[in-house]
Ligand binder design. Structure first.
Ligand SMILES: [Zn+2]
Length: 353
């Protein structure tokens, strides 16, 4: 009940701040801020049709959103937004659009939109798929589910995996029949032996036929695409080599993931990226070793996927971001960008998460 009341208050306050003069007042009263939006793909059926809806936003939705926030805020890259915040110079608050991973549609669908709006963005890329290496296992998982049921996926997994504990957990989840796609993925993400999982999923996908893997080969951009984006003014940031959950790795493995991804960007793009985003980005997906790995590699900021806005003096290694997909609640996002939730936080009320 308490939770429902909080959600009601959060949404009601969002309507007031986003749609009335109250938002103009909070925008003036709350200090200059950088609100960072984060998505993955711009919906493009031939490229990302098999990915789940929460990884995609339609071009029209994104366009309307950027045009709306631009009425109150300047659109910036993450590094430019942080520079302006720390400079202390007066000016409008800012919104930075970020996209994670480095999907092909960022070149084919997002870039034309950015050009049309004359808007900047920051894209955080994983180096391994751009180097032509395998994509992260979660994409293999969804490519399988585009062709097979969760039951078939588990049956195939049991055949190919030697990880007894994970086999037992998947079997137990399957028996409940409840939210299978989400819960099976969670087991694979946090509990499975990574090497065994990757091998088993590859085998299950291969068993579905030659063309089942085709969507994975066109899912990510190339380094040429990345260079074209950089030339158009898009900031490219780091996102590790292979998108593992950093908190599940040793400190040394984390250092390699972070630093080698950055080195690949330097090699291919000729510049040192300064912005980074933690893969998956929730508080349990990274730890103090991840923060140290980013700092030591030379990154000046690192972004999470926890909601909120960023004020001057923010911990740059723990930036907050708003997740975007087609179901994004525009009023809530505008409320955050206009300082509505931050104004309440000053009274000890945090409604944003
Ligand atoms: Zn990612």
């Amino acid at each position: 009940m308490k939770h429902r009341l909080k959600m009601w208050a959060r949404d009601a306050w969002a309507r007031v701040v986003a749609r009335t003069f109250v938002g103009r007042i909070t925008n003036r009263r709350v200090p200059r801020r950088l609100t960072i939006l984060t998505g993955h793909c711009v919906t493009s059926d031939e490229l990302n049709g098999f990915l789940p809806g929460d990884m995609k936003i339609r071009r029209e939705t994104l366009k309307a959103l950027l045009e709306r926030v631009r009425r109150d805020c300047d659109l910036v890259t993450v590094s430019e937004g942080l520079r302006r915040l720390e400079s202390g110079e007066p000016g409008r608050s800012m919104v930075a659009l970020t996209m994670d991973d480095g999907y092909k549609d960022n070149r084919t669908a997002l870039l034309p939109l950015l050009r049309e709006l004359d808007a900047p963005a920051t894209i955080y890329v994983e180096s391994r798929p751009l180097d032509g290496g395998p994509v992260n296992w979660s994409h293999t998982y969804f490519a399988i589910l585009a062709r097979a049921t969760p039951e078939d996926l588990v049956r195939g997994y049991l055949e190919h995996s030697r990880d007894e504990a994970t086999r037992a957990k998947l079997t137990a989840v399957l028996a409940t029949g409840d939210r299978l796609v989400y819960r099976l993925k969670r087991v694979l993400k946090y509990e499975a032996d990574a090497a065994d999982r990757d091998r088993a999923l590859d085998a299950v996908l291969a068993a579905l036929g030659e063309d089942a893997a085709a969507p994975l080969r066109t899912l990510y951009m190339s380094w040429d695409d990345a260079r074209a984006l950089a030339e158009a003014g898009v900031e490219l940031g780091g996102h590790t080599v292979s998108h593992e959950v950093l908190s599940t790795l040793s400190a040394d493995e984390q250092r390699r993931e972070v630093a080698d991804g950055r080195a690949a960007m330097r090699r291919e793009l000729g510049v040192d990226p300064v912005s980074f985003a933690y893969p998956f980005g929730r508080a349990w997906d990274w730890n103090e070793d991840s923060v140290a790995a980013c700092r030591d590699a030379g990154f000046a900021s690192a972004a999470t996927t926890h909601a909120g806005t960023n004020l001057r003096g923010v911990d740059r290694m723990r930036l907050k971001r708003w997740m975007l997909d087609d179901d994004v609640d525009v009023d809530r996002l505008v409320c955050e960008a206009r300082g509505g939730y931050e104004w309440l936080r000053r009274f000890g009320v945090d409604l944003s998460e």
